[in-house]
Design a protein around this ligand. Structure first.
Ligand SMILES: Nc1ncnc2c1ncn2[C@@H]1O[C@H](COP(=O)(O)OP(=O)(O)O)[C@@H](O)[C@H]1O
Ligand SMILES: [Mg+2]
Length: 248
């Protein structure tokens, strides 16, 4: 990777997402992910600004990306530049989202008529096609390979990385008396010369995770917003305090 003495700052807006913005930098190999306070649910139908969510998610994601990187998972994240800006390697996002589930909830409960809260006998890895217009439909690995969205070896790497992320996150939350029910990951390709690697990209935040307080089952994630269970800003602040041992 190149060493450039210029400080990194936001350049051209490359992508306006639902919760984040992606900016170019002077370095073509790197982008800045800017975390906004925006929250959406049901593919953008429900929207709100949640005070400090961007700051909280930016710090929580950095914290977990460093943790999983230390456990051997390659990540696009490099470092936080300030409260809401994150320097990352620019990757070619693979349009296949990986969901890991430890406990039945959400879409799985609905689809198979299972009770929310049923503990799975092993982590369940699911795949979804990243497409807002199609509402992220579930697919299998064969669909992804045949339609050219990912190579078989890339899907194997994603699977292995996702399970390692699950082990790290599950153990961390468990120490805080919180059950990691499920979470979503995005991966991308980084090419250096002729070599391509699959790395974990995007975010690890309570926006893309289900976190249930052990014993009470109280939800400490974006379901509070989706299901109108309370004030999401208060929930995220509480989660932040539990993770970092001090208020945001
Ligand atoms: N390291 C990266 N390089 C390039 N694109 C990325 C990287 N990390 C995340 N992205 C993409 O940036 C966007 C982040 O904004 P977000 O608000 O999450 O968007 P979305 O509405 O698509 O979920 C996503 O589309 C994600 O795939
Ligand atoms: Mg997103």
């Amino acid at each position: 990777m190149s060493l450039d003495p210029r400080p990194y700052s936001r350049g051209e807006l490359l992508y306006q997402g639902k919760a984040k913005q992606v900016y170019a930098t002077h370095d073509p190999a790197r982008i800045i992910i800017h975390y906004t306070d925006g929250a959406t649910a049901f593919n953008g139908i429900k929207k709100a600004d949640i005070a400090d969510k961007g700051v909280i998610n930016c710090r929580i994601s950095a914290f977990f990306m460093e943790k999983v990187a230390a456990a051997g998972v390659p990540v696009a994240f490099e470092r936080n530049l300030d409260d809401r800006d994150q320097l990352c390697l620019k990757v070619d996002i693979i349009p296949v989202e990986v969901v890991v589930r430890n406990v039945v909830a959400g879409g799985l409960a609905k689809k198979l008529g299972l009770p929310e809260g049923q503990v799975l006998s092993a982590p369940l890895v699911e795949h979804f096609y990243k497409s807002d217009s199609l509402n992220d439909p579930q697919i299998n690995e064969s669909t992804a390979v045949v339609l050219g969205w990912a190579k078989a070896w890339e899907l194997r790497a994603m699977h292995e990385h996702a399970l390692r992320v699950n082990s790290v996150l599950k153990a961390f939350w468990s120490e805080l008396n919180i059950d990691l029910v499920d979470f979503k990951l995005e991966f991308g390709r980084v090419t250096v010369g002729t070599a391509t690697a699959v790395v974990l990209a995007d975010e690890i935040t309570p926006d893309g995770s289900r976190l249930w307080e052990r014993g009470t089952g109280r939800k400490l994630d974006k379901d509070v917003f989706r299901r109108d269970l309370g004030d999401l800003s208060d929930t995220y602040r509480e989660l932040y305090t539990r993770v970092f041992g001090k208020a945001v």
